[in-house]
Write a protein that binds this ligand. Structure first.
Ligand code: ADP
Ligand code: MG
Length: 702
């Protein structure tokens, strides 16, 4: 490929040079002219609006004022020297300050001439001033005022100090654009451009830096966001196509005795429509001999377990074994008890494998797995160890871990030498559609979007510390009714010591308020030995204790239907998904349940919004959407996957609709031309390969 001027290293750009280029590389990962031109503004200021000085408030964003310099003076000496000027219009005056270029600026400033001033006001010594404003003399032929939408770029303190503040970057963009404009090639096909009424890439890049008007700016943003998201979708959908085509899956064509008998005779309730829909989706997949890699999302309590059981029965009906993996031992035990009861009536054998299964027992288990005597193995991570060999594993269900890693997945894939077991990942952490389409765009996604009937919505309440005595009173009346209560304290790695102290202090004061022998309290936290933890937890599960005090170890999956009150201490320190998970521990029985979130008086805006969201909504997906807007996608998915989220302009929190448009378009195109081999898709194929090379290694399914 011939070299383009766009590939020129950034240090050769006029106005940048070696020192600034180092900073650009380090802080913004800008290495070439191409990188620089796709360093987009983060917002725009309307320069058609002029302020009067008496309207300039300290907290105003950028302002533009017409006025005159009435006086200026140099203050200080040497390095602390600064230039201070008074700038006035008929409504008042403000102070302008320069710390750099003092001599040069002072020789050029003109008194009593009209200037257009542009800058960001700040307060210093209780006075409003503007540091390093842009000043343009109003003269006949001066075109400074014709830029209506002024692009604002992010910069760093160091970069600004060396001249590349927002305006400096703008200046360099302005000089660069005409040099490279003819090299900006189109990346989308004519069909995509015309069907979505997009502007060309060239036009978009020009307008993103120098908008002709608001409409062109909007179209430029749409075009560039679309493009970015579209190529991610192409990549994701192609991964999926490749997986489906390359990986033969075991065929489960038969709906046999086990499934039917269970469904007709043993199912303790009517399935919800959402459960039926999901089971049908999965069955259709499995009947076709494609490999299934499916994410099943369903809010807490939506009944994912029974779906897993039915699919495992399908595997058994077709001559395979199934495994169910849980994130903790307690959860594995719970699943084991419940599922064993269901399946043993069908004459099936269920095994349990966790870290605490003794060696002798383990040996028997291994043998029974290899001989095929065990139909379903339930366990923790212990079950992916190499030693665990199955006769014919056909399906693995992974509960409550949507972040299950690639390496672990790869291990599972090796569990059957005749093929790759189907994988069903279940999660109660609702993932907003936008994220699911992007992160899990290569997976099949099913959603249970309905709760079983008859559930009473949990009453969620926000209270301040000062109401603790009232809350204790409320707890007592609930305990009198025979209910049980969770009480959760935060435990954050960075403040672990303090958090343990809080937990212990809390435990002490609860013990005083709820004395033995009338009350029994369990305590569970991460510093306890596993056996002690299980012992305490089991006392609560069996109903021997009325209160369970603990850190978030109780967060995931645990099911105690008689527990109807969840109290969350320092609730402002929890993220929304965690709060929602915790709340999901109650509301599992017939009684009215409560979630009480306690915070200090001083809660920040984000914290308040989180509390409000929880109080107003029981819908996990709605909560996840708010969370996405508050925290952005990086936090949600963990840093491990944040690389894929390095979007230059798209914002998954806000651009959900564009993601959908991009996905639909990518689907259409690949349906017609799966390898982008048609000439009309040539430009997209080139760009696709460029991106794929740059992003090597981010495909999560290897
Ligand atoms: P989760 O999706 O959080 O894993 P579970 O599978 O633990 O939820 O189900 C929560 C509770 O709802 C269980 O007690 C289960 O028996 C019950 N359940 C599941 N499906 C239904 C249904 N269709 N009708 C009534 N109860 C149901
Ligand atoms: Mg569950």
């Amino acid at each position: 490929m011939s070299k383009s001027i766009l590939d020129t290293p950034i240090e050769f750009l006029k106005g940048v040079g070696p020192r600034k280029s180092e900073m650009l590389k380090k802080d913004f990962r800008i290495f070439t002219f191409a990188d620089f031109i796709s360093f987009y503004p983060f917002r725009y200021v309307d320069r058609s609006k002029f302020y009067r000085i008496d309207e300039v408030k300290s907290d105003a964003a950028y302002v533009q004022v017409i006025g005159q310099i009435t006086s200026f003076t140099k203050v200080g000496k040497g390095r602390v020297k600064r230039l201070v000027a008074t700038f006035a219009d008929p409504s008042g005056a403000i102070e302008l300050v320069w710390f750099k270029g003092v001599d040069w600026i002072s020789t050029n400033l003109k008194r009593n001439k009209d200037y257009i001033l542009f800058g960001k006001p700040t307060i210093f010594n209780r006075k409003i001033n503007i540091v390093h404003p842009d000043l343009d003399l109003v003269e006949p032929g001066n075109k400074a005022t014709t830029t209506k939408l002024q692009a604002i770029y992010s910069s760093t303190e160091k970069l600004s100090a060396s001249g590349l503040n927002s305006k400096g970057i703008w200046n360099v963009q302005k000089a660069l654009l005409p040099r490279i404009i003819d090299e900006i090639y189109e990346t989308l096909s004519d069909e995509v451009i015309s069907s979505l009424k997009l502007i060309s890439r060239k036009e978009a890049i020009k307008n993103i830096h120098f908008p002709e008007n608001i409409e062109m700016l909007n179209r430029a943003e749409f075009r560039l966001k679309f493009e970015e998201l579209f190529f991610v979708q192409l990549q994701m959908i192609r991964l999926k196509i490749t997986r489906v085509r390359k990986l033969k899956g075991f065929k489960f064509p038969t709906v046999g005795n086990s499934f039917n008998k269970f469904y007709k005779e043993q199912l303790p309730f009517e399935l919800t429509n959402a459960q039926k829909k999901v089971i049908k989706e999965i069955r259709t997949d499995l009947a076709q001999g494609m490999h299934m890699n499916r994410l099943l999302q369903g809010d807490v309590g939506s009944g994912k377990t029974i779906v897993a059981v039915l699919i495992m029965l399908l595997a058994i009906d077709n001559g395979f074994q199934a495994a169910l993996m849980a994130p903790t031992e307690i959860l594995a035990n719970q699943h084991n008890v419940a599922i064993k009861e269901m399946l043993e009536e069908l004459g099936l054998k269920v095994g349990l494998l966790t870290g605490s299964v003794k060696k002798a027992q383990r040996k028997i288990l291994h043998e029974q797995l290899e001989s095929g005597e065990i139909n379903v193995l339930i366990g923790t991570h212990a079950l992916i160890e190499d030693k665990v060999v199955f006769k014919n594993l056909g399906l693995v269900v992974i509960d409550e871990q949507h972040r299950f890693g690639v390496a672990q997945r790869a291990k599972l894939w090796k569990k059957n030498e005749n093929g790759i077991p189907h994988i069903l990942v279940m999660t109660a952490t609702p993932i907003p559609r936008t994220l699911a389409m992007t992160f899990y765009g290569d997976l099949d996604v099913s959603v249970i979007d309905e709760l079983p009937p008859g559930r009473k919505p949990i009453k969620t309440i926000h209270r301040y510390d000062s109401s603790r005595l009232n809350i204790f009173g409320f707890m007592k009346t609930e305990i009198e009714k025979g209910r049980q209560i969770y009480m959760v304290y935060p435990l954050i790695k960075e403040s672990e010591k303090m958090d343990y102290k809080d937990l212990m202090d809390g435990y002490e004061s609860i013990s005083r308020a709820f004395p033995i022998p009338e009350y029994q309290i369990s305590i569970v936290h991460g510093q306890m030995k596993a056996a002690d933890k299980d012992f305490e937890m089991n006392r609560f599960i069996k109903g021997e204790t009325q209160i369970l005090v603990g850190t978030t170890v109780i967060e995931v999956g645990i099911n105690v239907p008689n527990a109807s009150v969840m109290i969350i201490e320092s609730a402002e320190r929890f993220g929304l998904p965690q709060l929602h998970q915790l709340r999901g521990r109650v509301g599992r029985g017939a009684d009215q349940s409560y979630c009480i979130m306690i915070t200090g008086i001083a809660v920040g805006d984000d914290g308040k919004l989180r509390m409000k969201t929880m109080v107003n909504s029981n819908d996990g997906f709605e909560i996840a959407e708010v969370d996405l807007k508050l925290r952005g996608p990086g936090d949600l998915m963990g840093t491990q996957q944040s690389g894929i989220m390095d979007f230059k302009i798209a914002d998954l929190g806000r651009d959900g609709q564009i993601v959908q448009v991009a996905r639909d378009k990518a689907n259409d195109i690949l349906k017609d031309d799966p390898n982008l081999a048609k000439p009309e898709n040539g430009m997209m194929a080139i760009e696709y390969n460029v991106i794929a090379k740059g992003r090597k290694g981010w495909s999560r399914i290897s």
